[in-house]
Design a protein around this ligand. Structure first.
Ligand SMILES: Nc1ncnc2c1ncn2[C@@H]1O[C@H](COP(=O)(O)OP(=O)(O)OP(=O)(O)O)[C@@H](O)[C@H]1O
Ligand SMILES: [Mg+2]
Length: 225
């Protein structure tokens, strides 16, 4: 049973203008629940664009995107914002954390933007941090953490809304190789627990640890080598 389905997705930036760029062409793919999928390809091949469409940050120029029971490509901007908040956990290269705020404040942030009643914030945050061995750092400022610890905080924040899928765009770009390997081990354990993860990476060794590799070339999915 597929969790995410893209049908003939095309993405043109600045459509109709002289600076139009076709970033994705007729991309069709499905991702199943619990899969750990890598997206690889040269710089400019469309990896981030694909993740942004999966995450509801960008509306495709044409094609259909279905996530769970939602046709995201038909959503209004308000529906897209709610989809992002409730269904997507993002992990970014530069962590995307508020450096001068505590771990608790950072991880609970998505809950503040949700109209859903969320219960006790601190308990929810603690349970995610415990999962990632970061509970002792609850009240530390992010600026006092190492890079590997910061990325684990970002993963905790990505998990806090119990999303449909975790999207990670070059999440090891700011990590040394030991921390990069640890992050992928963490991703693997999350997928073994039923989470679904799509990760864009340049690192072929890390990509090889995923269940499946989607290779992009000039905005198209290229057949497996
Ligand atoms: N906001 C934008 N406006 C116009 N063109 C864009 C925009 N974002 C990306 N592009 C173009 O779309 C194409 C795909 O870019 P994208 O960022 O998806 O590639 P990528 O595979 O993530 O590259 P990298 O490995 O460097 O991160 C590139 O030609 C890029 O210049
Ligand atoms: Mg990119």
């Amino acid at each position: 049973m597929s969790l995410l389905t893209l049908n003939y997705i095309t993405m043109v930036y600045n459509q109709g203008k002289p600076n139009a760029v076709k970033a994705l062409s007729d991309v069709s793919l499905t991702i199943g629940a619990g899969e750990m999928v890598a997206v690889v390809g040269a710089s400019g091949s469309g990896k981030s664009t694909l993740l942004h469409i999966l995450g509801g940050l960008l509306r495709p120029t044409s094609g259909t995107y279905i996530a769970g029971d939602q046709t995201v490509s038909a959503h209004s901007p308000g529906q897209m914002a709610r989809f992002r908040n409730e269904k997507i956990g993002f992990v970014l290269q530069d962590f995307g954390l508020l450096e001068e705020r505590t771990v608790l404040e950072n991880v609970s942030l998505p809950m503040l933007f949700s109209p859903k009643p969320m219960g006790n914030y601190a308990d929810a945050v603690k349970s995610k941090l415990t999962l990632l061995d970061m509970e002792p750092y609850l009240n530390k400022r992010v600026s006092q953490l190492s890079g590997g610890q910061k990325q684990r905080v970002a993963v905790a924040r990505a998990l806090i809304m119990d999303p449909l899928v975790i999207l990670a765009d070059e999440p090891t770009g700011a990590l040394d190789s030991a921390n990069a390997i640890q992050l992928f081990e963490l991703f693997r354990s999350l997928c073994n627990d039923g989470h679904t993860l799509v990760v864009a990476t340049h690192d072929m060794d890390l990509a090889a640890q995923c269940d499946r590799v989607i290779r992009l070339a000039d905005g198209r999915v290229s057949p497996a080598a």
